[in-house]
Design a protein around this ligand. Structure first.
Ligand SMILES: [Zn+2]
Length: 181
């Protein structure tokens, strides 16, 4: 079954991955059976955080209490692949102990971060559809910024025209030309 995720939350996870790169970033996911509504970043306490992640235990405990206090369910774990595809590695599969927890992987392999959700049950790895909410088009933010830039340019032109109009109206009336002898 597909899971929904607000676009802003996906953005938050991708930003965390980018901030930690070239180390792997990791954290907890919470929500319910249909949607991921919270992501809590945790410290990666793995001895080699460049190609592995381990949720810092003391931070994980605090995050779980926070999830519980907010009436949410702990539904998954996210981590990043700074240089590879968003596909579970051998280590990710071996270390996934609880089949009920979904695994969200953020790949920074390409210029645009890519998120993929997986169910790992023993050796069986199944992709789960992730439905982005709020912004359905992946390039919606680029579209917005283009429109925004056009608006800024138009506003600039309008204020320039207004300024010209004001300075023309403030000019003293043209002196009468002296009659040439
Ligand atoms: Zn991994």
């Amino acid at each position: 079954m597909a899971r929904r995720i607000p676009y802003a939350l996906a953005r938050q996870i991708a930003d965390h991955a980018q901030a930690e790169a070239p180390k792997e970033a990791c954290g907890l996911l919470a929500g319910d059976g249909r949607a991921i509504t919270r992501a809590i970043p945790l410290r990666n306490s793995a001895p080699s955080p460049g190609d592995h992640f381990r949720l810092a235990p003391e931070e994980q405990l605090a995050a779980l209490k926070e999830i519980d206090a907010d009436g949410l369910e702990w539904t998954g774990i996210y981590h990043s692949h700074p240089r590879s595809a968003p596909i579970p590695s051998r280590m990710d599969i071996e270390e996934a102990r609880d089949a009920k927890l979904l695994h969200l992987i953020v790949s920074l392999e390409r210029a645009k971060a890519k998120l993929k959700l997986w169910r790992i049950d023993g050796d069986s790895v199944t992709p789960i559809d992730l439905v982005f909410e709020g912004e359905t088009r992946a390039d919606a933010d680029d579209q917005f910024s283009l429109r925004h830039r056009i608006a800024v340019v138009l506003a600039g032109i309008a204020s320039l025209l207004l300024l010209v109009a004001i300075s023309v109206s403030l000019l003293p009336p043209p002196p009468e030309l002296a009659a040439l002898p």
